[in-house]
Each structure stands twice: as structure tokens, then as C-alpha cells.
Design a protein around this ligand. Sequence first.
Ligand SMILES: Nc1nc2c(c(=O)[nH]1)N[C@H]1C(S)=C(S)[C@@H](COP(=O)(O)OP(=O)(O)OC[C@H]3O[C@@H](n4cnc5c(N)ncnc54)[C@H](O)[C@@H]3O)O[C@H]1N2
Ligand code: MOO
Length: 411
Amino acid sequence: MSESDCGHGVLLALDEAIAQYHRQLRPLPVQRAAPDVLRGQMLAQEVFAQVDLPMFTQSAVDGYALRSADTQAASAAQPARLPVVAEVRAGVEAAAPLAPGEAMRIFTGGRVPEGADTIARQEIVHRDGQHMLLAAALPAGTDIRPRGEELRAGARVASAGQRLHSGLIAALAMAGVGEVAAYRAPRVRVLITGDEISSAPAGGAQVFDANGPLTRSWFAERGYALPECRLVADTREELHAALREALDEADLVITTGGVSVGDYDLVRPVSVALGVKEIFWQVAQKPGKPLYFGLREEAGAQKVIMGLPGNPGAVLACLQVHVAEVLAALGAGERPCWRAGVLTAQLRADSREQLLRMRLALDETGRAQLTPLPRQASHMLSNMAQASALVRIAPGRAVQAGETAQWVALP
Ligand SMILES: Nc1nc2c(c(=O)[nH]1)N[C@H]1C(S)=C(S)[C@@H](COP(=O)(O)OP(=O)(O)OC[C@H]3O[C@@H](n4cnc5c(N)ncnc54)[C@H](O)[C@@H]3O)O[C@H]1N2
Ligand code: MOO
């Protein structure tokens, strides 16, 4: 295990913390239902088309179904003249096959009658009573969508680990997939600890709660149910009761605050008292050093506790970098997508890996340019109106402008 002693005691490297989530956590149980019922959840299986797509040979336009051979001699001077013997509406099969020398009126999505191999779109057709006139030859297959052109029954449409989003749900519906298996959505509880935290500060030493709105919004904007969230005082009794209930009812409990070394930092001792095993505490990152990851195994289920440090800047970084990985390990989300970008300013060295809020812009070649923002301290968040990327800066050495760094999109 990679650990560093950088003047803060022995801290776990950020990548090692991330590896621990994927080593320790199992995906949540699988449930089966219609894809749109499971929207937002991650597929637990490959999914295959139940039908050919298109399901039958269709007209791509409003026009006339006919045989290409009957148009081969057509010209402006001598148009092909065919009787329109029937109408094929979308959703209805022609009563009889198309005979040589005949045409049928047809509409977009209509099933091409047996015998027809071409559609003449109505803009190129002249109608004369019960006949249609066509002034040019049409190759076979014109404006036809052949059966199975897109997919054959049995072809794979989606893979395990993909999120059921609107476009994929529609693709599965088209392919006749009535039911899929997906990992159950996580039940999440949020506990905001701290005697000084209030939604309406009074008494001169209280502050507004930022972490509750931050955490709830973070989950909601990623398509998760809005987690239940409550303020908890810094007493062993109150935290014990709140954490016990949260662990009983949720798969993932997020706490903020109370996880450092102060006398009222009770999240870790109370977790131990509730049977939680500490997997790690303290990561070599800034902000978010006192991050805590604990696990309670019970009757085949895992209960996860992520103890986020109280500073709101640390909460933001830990949600983006750590909680997102936990959700991925639970089969409840995609792993954060880190990309390379170019720094526009030099940065001081720090003994911990830095997670910096930056402004992201694309240069004329489309390359990401990352500009550090002021007010980075972990108790500050007012640069969030300008921040669009969270950037990893490796510990130990100063970084020059023009160097490359990894970033993940904010929010
Ligand atoms: N002696 C040491 N002190 C501290 C260390 C250390 O290593 N040695 N680590 C520091 C670091 S780094 C961090 S980060 C913080 C984290 O401490 P806690 O997780 O125990 O968080 P609190 O002390 O409860 O709160 C920290 C800070 O954040 C404010 N806060 C908390 N919750 C909210 C909220 N919901 N909304 C807005 N602001 C909140 C709180 O008032 C404090 O100012 O510990 C350092 N100390
Ligand atoms: O780790 Mo803490 O640097 O203040 O968030």
C-alpha cells in the first residue's frame, strides 16, 4: 500500500484510496424491470436485440411503392404510367402483393408490399386520377429501409456497466427489450455534523450549512434520488443515534465534519462503536486530508460510510473524486473521467496532492487550458461561479505553466 509521511503523519496516496473502493466494495443487488423503470441505473448484463431493426422492410418516405423494372424506360418525354391499386398506411399490411406494372400509395414507415422494391417519393411523381406518372428511372432500393438494416435479432445493443439514459432506453425499446437487469439504485443518507452549523445561524459563532445543499444537489444533478439529509450535533449520543439509523436504512452514508483530530470529532469513534471497520483515514490530498472510509458487513450486505471533512471545499473535492468512485464500485455510476489539459500558470509545490478548482477553456486547437482560480482554501467556495474543472496536481514539486495536468469536469 502506497503511503507517504509528508509532515502530517502517514497518509494514504489518493490513487491508493481509489483502488481501495474498487477492492473492498461489491456492486449492489441486481433488479429486473423495464428499462425506463430503471432509468439512471447501471446495466448488470449485456442486452441483445429481440427483433430485426427495422422489423420489416419499410418505406422511408411518403410516396408510391413500385417495381424498379417498371421505371427503367421512363423519361420526361415518356413517363412511366402506373395504376395506383391500393394504399398502404403505416401500421397496416397491404392486402395483396404488388403485381408487375402496378403502384401502391405508401407512407413513411409503411410496410413495403411483397413485389415492390422501390419507393418513388411523392415530390417526383405526377398524379393523374388513379394513375401515377414518373419521369425518370429509379434504381431498386430507392427510399427503402430494408429489414435488419440496422441490427439483426440477437445483436448486442448494450453492455454491462452502461447507464440507462434516455437514448439507450429508447434504443432498447425499439429492439423489443422489455426487461433488463440493472444494479439497484443506492440508498443514500447524509449527516451534516457540527454544533456550529445551522440553516439560520444565531448566537455569533454559528455558520450557514453549505455541505447539506452541496451534497444533496451533487447527488440530484447526477440523476440520483435526492438523499435525506439532517443536521447532527457534536454529541456522542446524537451522532450514535443518527448514524445507527442511517446505517440501518442506507447503503451509503455520507457524513461531513467531525472527522479530524479535535475533541468533538466523533465520526470515527462512533462508527467503531456501531461495528464499522475502518478501511482508511487520512489521504495525502489537499483539500480533504481527514477523509474516512469505513465498511460494515451484515448478512451479505455492505454498508459504506464516507466521512468527509467539514470544510466545504474539501466536501466538494471528496464528492467529485472519492464518492463518485464509491458509487462506481457499487454499480451505481460511471467512474470519473479524467482528461489531460495544459496549465496556464505555475503552481507551488505541496506535500499533499492538490485538488484545485480551475477555469477550463479550449484553445483554437481544442486543447483544454486550465487556469487556477484564487480562493482555493478548503474553507472557501466562492470561486465556484468561475470553476469548471477540478485538477490533480501531484505532490512534491512546483509545476510550470505549459505542463500537463489531469482534470475532471465540475460540477
Ligand atoms: N490539529 C489539526 N487540526 C486540523 C487538522 C489536522 O490535521 N490537525 N486537519 C484540518 C483539515 S485539513 C481539515 S479539512 C479539517 C476537517 O475537520 P473536520 O472534518 O473535523 O471538520 P470540522 O472541524 O467539523 O469542520 C471544519 C470546518 O468546516 C466548517 N464546516 C463544517 N461543516 C460545515 C457545513 N455543513 N457548512 C459550512 N461549513 C462547515 C466548520 O465550521 C469548520 O470551519 O480539520 C482541520 N483541522
Ligand atoms: O484537508 Mo483540509 O486541507 O483543509 O480540507
